[in-house]
Design a protein around this ligand. Structure first.
Ligand code: FE
Ligand code: FE
Ligand code: ZN
Length: 280
């Protein structure tokens, strides 16, 4: 059975986020590793961490995924921006590892004019400062739509980052359906072909998380705008094929669709019902 969850707010703390996940009847969850647009974070007490982990364990909520802030740009050539990104990713890998999160995903970054190669070099150096090689957490690179000068729009770019780091075994991939579709990978008409290409370049086993989103923007548009499942250009049948693809079995799915908690609860229930119906 597919594990399904959504992005959960940590505005009320991590314990609250876990309780909300239980109420949503989800199997998994994604939370921000800190304030997504600022730089602040709360230090979690050991009691809070224990309580969070207990709620997850007792309710079979697994494959916990952290998402680093959007403001972080490890590809930046601007010293201040780059140093900030290096600090945040280093701190958050350690913080989320201590919280017992299985994976932490981040957007590789935008090179803002210095070129893909130089941007990738910066990302690699930042990751090498951040990953000690002894943590349990896996660091996931997210597939990107390619807006502006975003890196990670192609599987080859993600491979170049992974190949360059000191501990490649600590690096996996988060496959975002909205982003790959907008990047020009045709998961609607040629899902097998896209996954074969991913397997050839990176290896399918590197996919540790799937962001399940429909896309409000057309194929190959390089624009990143999520739509509710079935409400965008990818469509419901194509997203169900992703969920049922044998090559992706066992990988958790996280919804990042523009809905509130009640809407997400209904979206999860709707997906489960549809998947169960197709198995009979
Ligand atoms: Fe993301
Ligand atoms: Fe995403
Ligand atoms: Zn997105």
């Amino acid at each position: 059975m597919q594990m399904i969850g959504t992005h959960m707010s940590i505005a009320g703390g991590i314990v609250q986020a876990a309780e909300n996940t239980v109420r949503m009847e989800a199997d998994t969850m994604q939370i921000f590793s800190r304030n997504p647009r600022g730089s602040g974070y709360r230090t979690y007490s050991s009691e809070e961490i224990a309580l969070f982990q207990n709620i997850c364990r007792e309710n079979h909520i697994g494959s916990l995924l952290a998402h680093a802030p959007y403001t972080l740009n490890l590809a930046s050539a601007t010293q201040k921006t780059y140093e900030f990104a290096c600090m945040v990713i280093r701190e958050d890998i350690a913080r989320m590892d201590a919280l017992g999160m299985e994976n932490i995903v981040f957007h590789p970054g935008s090179h803002t004019g210095i070129g893909v190669e130089a941007g990738i070099k910066n990302i690699i150096e930042g990751l090498n400062q951040a990953i000690s090689g002894t943590e349990h957490i896996t660091v996931l690179l997210e597939t990107m739509s390619g807006k502006g000068t975003e890196i990670g729009v192609s599987f080859e770019e993600l491979k170049a980052i992974r190949d360059g780091v000191k501990y490649p075994e600590r690096i996996g991939i988060c496959f975002d359906t909205c982003h790959v579709f907008a990047a020009g990978y045709d998961i609607v008409n040629n899902l097998d072909g896209v996954l074969e290409e991913f397997d050839r370049i990176l290896g399918i086993s590197l996919i540790r998380a799937i962001h399940l989103n429909d896309s409000a923007m057309p194929f190959g548009s390089h624009k990143d705008r999520h739509a509710v499942i079935g409400g965008g250009k990818i469509g419901f049948p194509a997203l169900l094929r992703v969920m049922e693809h044998p090559a992706l079995s066992g990988i958790p799915f996280y919804l990042e669709t523009p809905l509130d908690e009640q809407g997400h609860k209904e979206e999860i229930a709707m997906l489960r019902k549809e998947l169960a119906g197709r198995k009979q």
